[in-house]
Design a protein. Structure first.
Length: 315
């Protein structure tokens, strides 16, 4: 995520507000996780081929009165490309959309047909639902989608602009209390921020997963040996890490570096060899291989979210 001087200042202000807010909002039981609630019964998800066939069946997409700045042909092509290759999804340069990007990557792997139908429904009707979660984006959101600029590849991905804005509009955490209504450029500000509890709540609400989370916004998880803990849970599910990415090589960051987590990555592989951890993960439109010491891994990880598919249809 590229950082300009203005976005650097915004992020520093965001982190300062975050630190103050957490004195009031971090729960006493930092590692307690509420039980899954309001999860729809598990249904058979659609395949990638079924999702592509659904998109092809639409034919020529007509302009939507709900989304005046979205070009129909570009929207449909963006959606098809995303279904074909979920790795391509890109939350944008300078935005606070990374949590929504990680959530979307999980959703595309789990149920690409469900994702495609939801996005098309929102385009046609200006609203939509997935399970028990209803999306009714505000007029400001509907006007903004398709018009975001200077966000890298996200500029030409109107379907993802629409989806990330809808997610930020629908789900709120304590970081969003001071900025709850969208105004121009709020995708870069606290309005779009995703604290750790909010991320886990979104995953529980939109995906048929048993979700267990360890960690917090300011405190690292107490799990014993971190490598062993993550590796064991990768055997049965998908792991999302909430990390402090200020030292990640492919990112640009402010000169003043705060020891706070700001980023979500989806772990693909974790290998320990000769006291060196090889971490392969998804974020920002691609997969990255990073080698680091176990001590450095412990230093950057603040949250570990384990996502395991539900095995029964019972609530």
């Amino acid at each position: 995520m590229k950082t300009t001087p203005n976005t650097a200042i915004n992020r520093l202000l965001n982190m300062a507000i975050l630190s103050g807010c957490l004195l009031f909002f971090v729960p006493a039981r930092l590692y307690a996780v509420p039980p899954n609630k309001h999860i729809q019964p598990v249904t058979q998800p659609g395949t990638r081929d079924e999702a592509i066939a659904f998109i092809d069946s639409i034919g020529e997409l007509k302009p939507s009165r709900w989304w005046p700045n979205i070009k129909p042909a570009l929207f449909l092509q963006n959606l098809k490309n995303t279904i074909r290759d979920p790795i391509r999804i890109y939350p944008g340069d300078g935005t606070n959309f990374c949590g929504y990007g990680a959530l979307t990557y999980l959703l595309l792997k789990e149920d690409p047909l469900g994702y495609a139908k939801l996005i098309v429904q929102i385009y046609h009707e200006g609203k939509g639902s997935l399970g028990e979660i209803r999306f009714r984006p505000s007029a400001a959101i509907r006007k903004a989608a398709g018009s975001l600029r200077f966000k890298g590849r996200l500029d030409i991905h109107p379907a993802e602009q629409m989806w990330y804005l809808c997610l930020a509009d629908r789900f709120k955490g304590y970081l969003n209390f001071l900025n709850r209504k969208y105004d121009k450029d709020d995708e870069d500000k606290l309005w779009a921020s995703v604290n750790y509890a909010k991320f886990n709540r979104m995953v529980r609400s939109l995906l048929p997963y048993e979700v267990k989370a360890r960690g917090a916004d300011l405190f690292r998880p107490h799990v014993g040996d971190l490598y062993t803990y993550i590796s064991d849970r990768m055997k049965t599910g998908t792991i999302v890490l909430f990390i402090n990415n200020r030292l990640m090589r492919k990112k640009n960051h402010p000169t003043i570096k705060l020891s706070l987590p700001t980023h979500y990555i989806v772990t693909e592989q974790l290998i320990l060899t000769d006291n060196l951890v090889t971490l392969i993960y998804w974020d920002y439109g691609g997969k990255t291989l990073l080698q680091l010491s176990p001590a450095f891994l412990k230093r950057i990880v603040f949250g570990i979210t384990s996502c395991t598919k539900k095995v029964t249809n019972a609530r």
